[in-house]
Design a protein around this ligand. Structure first.
Ligand SMILES: Nc1nc2c(ncn2[C@@H]2O[C@H](COP(=O)(O)OP(=O)(O)OP(=O)(O)O)[C@@H](O)[C@H]2O)c(=O)[nH]1
Length: 335
């Protein structure tokens, strides 16, 4: 009977002829070995025990348990095991040998092995080749398993990386305005909170920008033209924003720009440049319009203030309202 291995719940047959003696070898071993009766449940040896004898199953069954998640082997008639103990001498057993049913074994120590060599060196050489072949096959199987395990780990890592990348992208999308690619209100508030948390908000200039008569553009030329105008406003803000500034579309035709503290004059210059550029572009492209004039409310966050977004927004909104009342297309400051 061929020896049988188990991997988890699956069972596979060992390479035939590698794990069991052929009838001629068995007959030779039976002549010189010590017969040994063992009872079900008995342990012949345990992993790590030093051993210098090998065994052949004459009848019954023995299980080799290699521990952890390695395969267990069920050995039947003529299967041999423990040969490395005999061949290497004082070898630490690599498995628990557990008797599964009442069995008859053949046990061979160094003395019996020398007798075998004298009786039939040719047959013994054949057995040794078989034993070496088994070690090689076991090693190849182990390498194969390690490779598969490695591949599984690699696949798991790849899946984790791509999930994490997708989550990052989703996170970015939740902070981005779809139409313009600028930060949306949520992204802007996160940025603001971070600056507040670091005590870095003071000295920034906040601009609130609103397209003038935008509804009329939509009504006259359609929403697609309106969308294009909103994208042009976004492009203008992107062009003037430095790497530490943040431009955002708050919603509808309302935008804001938070400029890192470069002083009031520089912030005024930038705000004026935005209003002038929008006016110029609006004049250049009127049918269909590609830009709207912009009303801008602006304020500087004072050094001793720790204002909430609502306070800041209320202030620039009042400034924006003034700009609108004066006909739009220019900047109003309210510090
Ligand atoms: N095309 C387009 N229109 C939008 C979008 N979101 C909001 N709107 C429109 O923007 C318009 C804003 O109108 P209002 O708030 O009255 O602004 P306005 O016409 O510019 O008026 P003033 O600011 O007083 O000059 C509304 O008609 C909205 O329907 C969008 O994503 N695309």
């Amino acid at each position: 009977m061929a020896a049988v291995s188990t991997i988890g719940k699956a069972r596979i047959a060992d390479e035939p002829g590698v794990s069991a003696l052929d009838p001629r070898e068995y007959a030779l071993f039976a002549q010189v070995a010590r017969p040994r009766e063992v009872a079900a449940g008995q342990h012949l040896f345990r992993r790590g025990d030093a051993g210098d004898a090998m065994f052949v199953v004459a009848s019954g069954a023995v299980e080799l348990d290699f521990g952890d998640d390695l395969i267990s082997k069920r050995l039947g008639e003529r299967a041999f095991f423990g040969e490395l103990g005999l061949l290497i001498g004082d070898h630490a057993r690599s498995a628990d040998a557990h008797v599964l049913e009442d069995s008859a074994l053949l046990e061979l120590g160094r003395g019996e092995f020398e007798t075998l060599a004298e009786r039939d060196p040719h047959l013994l050489a054949q057995f040794l080749r078989r034993a070496i072949m088994r070690v090689v096959l076991n090693e190849q199987a182990l390498i194969g398993r390690l490779r598969r395990r490695n591949q599984e780990l690699q696949d798991t890592l790849d899946a984790l990386r791509s999930t994490s990348h997708r989550l990052d992208q989703t996170e970015v999308l939740t902070r981005t305005d779809e139409l313009t690619g600028l930060a949306n209100r949520r992204g802007f508030l996160q940025h603001l909170e971070q600056l507040q948390g670091e005590g870095m908000l003071a000295g920034h200039a906040l601009l609130l920008l609103d397209c003038d008569r935008f509804k009329a553009i939509n009504d006259t030329h359609g929403h697609l033209v309106g969308d294009r105008v909103l994208q042009s406003v976004a492009n203008l803000l992107r062009a003037v924003a430095g790497k530490d500034d943040i431009a955002c579309r708050l919603g509808g035709d309302e935008f804001c720009l938070l400029l890192q503290g470069q002083g009031r004059d520089e912030a005024k210059r930038i705000a004026g440049y935005i209003a002038d550029s929008a006016r110029m572009l609006e004049r250049m492209h009127s049918n269909p319009p590609q830009m709207a004039t912009l009303s801008i409310g602006a304020c500087l966050v004072g050094p001793h203030e720790a204002p909430s977004w609502e306070q800041c927004y209320a202030r620039v909104d009042r400034a924006l309202y003034r700009a609108k009342r004066r006909g739009g297309g220019h900047v109003e400051w309210l510090d």
